[in-house]
Design a protein. Structure first.
Length: 236
C-alpha cells in the first residue's frame, strides 16, 4: 500500500487551474447502471458460452472495466471459453436488447455537480463504452440532457468510435478545438480502470470515482469518492 501511495500524484503535482472541460464516464458515474450491466453481461456469456457468471462479473468490473463492449465480449470468450469471436456485433445487439427498457437512476449528487459546473462556466461532456444514442435517450428521460454540451459513446463493433482518441476527436470537433488543445484543458472522471487508461491516452487529467485504495485507480492523478468531493477538488 505504501508503494501505491507513492505512485499516486499529490494534488500539488497536477495543475487544475486550467480545467475548462470536464468529461464524465456515463455508467457508474452519471447513472447507476452498472449492476444491470454486470448482470446482463454475465447472463449473456453464461447462456452463449457457458462461462461461469462469477468469472464474467469479475472480468467485467476488473481489467475489462471501461473498455468497449465488443472488446469485453471478445476477450472474455477468448480467455474463459477458449474460443475466438471475430465479429461480436450479434452479441452486442443481444446485450443492448436485454437492456432496452432500462431506466437507471442518477448517481447521488450528479444534478448538483452539473449545475455547479455550469455556474462556474465549465463545459460538460460525457463519453462512454455504451452507445451514445442510448445514453442520450436516458439523459432525456431523467431530465439532464440539456446540462451536457455533448453526450457521445462507442458504436457497435467499432475500433474507431471507442473511448479514447476516437471518441475524443468527436468531442474536440464539437468544441471546435484541436484534440491536443482540448486535452490540455480537460479533466476525465471514471469509475473503471479503462476510463483512467483512456484519459491517460489522450493526455488529460484523470480522476478515479470510487475507493481511493482500489488498485484500479493506481494510475489516476486523483481519486474522489463523491461528486461533492470532485467539486471541492476543483474549488481548492
Amino acid at each position: 500500500m505504501q508503494d501505491q501511495e507513492q505512485d499516486q500524484p499529490t494534488p500539488k503535482e497536477v495543475d487544475l487551474g486550467n480545467v475548462s472541460y470536464v468529461i464524465f464516464d456515463w455508467d457508474g458515474v452519471i447513472v447507476d447502471s452498472m449492476p444491470e450491466y454486470i448482470k446482463t453481461f454475465s447472463f449473456l456469456l453464461k447462456g452463449e458460452f457457458d462461462i461461469p457468471e462469477e468469472v464474467s462479473e469479475e472480468f467485467f468490473t476488473g481489467v475489462a472495466g471501461g473498455k468497449p463492449l465488443g472488446y469485453q465480449i471478445r476477450e472474455a470468450v477468448r480467455q474463459f471459453a477458449g474460443k475466438q469471436v471475430d465479429d461480436t456485433e450479434v452479441f452486442e445487439v443481444m446485450f443492448w436488447e436485454m437492456l432496452k427498457d432500462q431506466s437507471p437512476e442518477l448517481m447521488s449528487g450528479v444534478r448538483e455537480v452539473l449545475k455547479e459546473l455550469r455556474r462556474k462556466g465549465i463545459f460538460i461532456a460525457s463519453w462512454s463504452g455504451s452507445p451514445g444514442d442510448i445514453n442520450r435517450n436516458v439523459a432525456k428521460k431523467i431530465g439532464i440532457y440539456d446540462m451536457f454540451d455533448i453526450i457521445t459513446g462507442s458504436e457497435t463493433e467499432s475500433n474507431i468510435k471507442v473511448k479514447g482518441p476516437g471518441l475524443f476527436k468527436d468531442i474536440a470537433k464539437h468544441f471546435n478545438k484541436a484534440p491536443d488543445e482540448l486535452a490540455s484543458q480537460s479533466l476525465i472522471i471514471g469509475d473503471m480502470a479503462g476510463d483512467i487508461e483512456a484519459g491517460k491516452e489522450i493526455g488529460a487529467i484523470t480522476v478515479g470515482f470510487g475507493d481511493p485504495n482500489d488498485p484500479k485507480f493506481k494510475d489516476a492523478d486523483f481519486v474522489v469518492k463523491s461528486h461533492q468531493e470532485l467539486l471541492d477538488m476543483l474549488n481548492s
